[in-house]
Design a protein around this ligand. Structure first.
Ligand code: URA
Length: 196
């Protein structure tokens, strides 16, 4: 990675812009080639990501990887990051239960999101879920209103909103889960098509 990336990464490792660093194991920064044309933005690292230090390596990451393969997107060629770079959770016994980042945490982490974007300048940015869409668009939006449409981003490039892959893990009915997964893969194909 070029030097500027190293500087930003190092700074992010020591981030105290909000309180989430206090309980998380480490900052989970984005990963991918510095010339990636596509950027994927999740919500925040989960338990596995917090432990390993890499984005999307837990259960949501596995379904995300499968969907990327089906959409013919090479994960090694894209940049994958999160709207918020520390894991937010409540401890229940031995388990760490995910908690949604709040508006202040999303805003505090915008600094890192902007650094990543300035260095990468992606052609297409895919927001996975509502928190990512909020970071990408700088305002609260619903998935229903924004999903699957090319959106011109103020700083350049196109934005694209789809669901968060963890949503698929929470659908109890197999048939609906299959349909939602298929729609997710179609969204990823739609995002890839924006590259031209
Ligand atoms: N969910 C996310 O939003 N990001 C991750 O990195 C893992 C799970």
């Amino acid at each position: 990675m070029p030097k500027l990336w190293d500087i930003v990464r190092y700074d992010a490792e020591n981030c105290t812009r909000c309180d989430l660093y206090r309980h998380a194991t480490q900052t989970v920064f984005g990963e991918g080639p510095p010339d990636a044309e596509m950027m994927f933005v999740g919500e925040q690292p989960g338990d596995r990501e917090d432990i390993t230090g890499h984005p999307f390596v837990g259960p949501a990451g596995q379904i995300f990887d499968r969907a990327l393969r089906q959409a013919r997107i090479d994960r090694d060629a894209v940049y994958v990051t999160n709207a918020v770079k520390h894991f937010k959770f409540v401890q229940r016994g031995k388990r760490r239960i995910h908690e949604r980042p709040d508006a202040g945490e999303i805003k505090a982490c915008r600094w890192w999101y902007e650094q990543e974007r300035q260095l990468l300048r992606p052609k297409v940015t895919v927001a996975l879920g509502a928190t990512a869409a909020r970071q990408m668009l700088g305002k609260v939006v619903t998935i229903a209103a924004t999903r699957g449409k090319a959106i011109e981003l103020a700083e350049g490039g196109l934005g694209w909103v789809t669901i968060h892959p963890s949503f698929l893990l929470r659908i109890p009915e197999a048939e609906r889960a299959d349909a939602e997964y298929t729609a997710f893969v179609a969204d990823l194909r739609g995002a890839r098509a924006l590259l031209g």
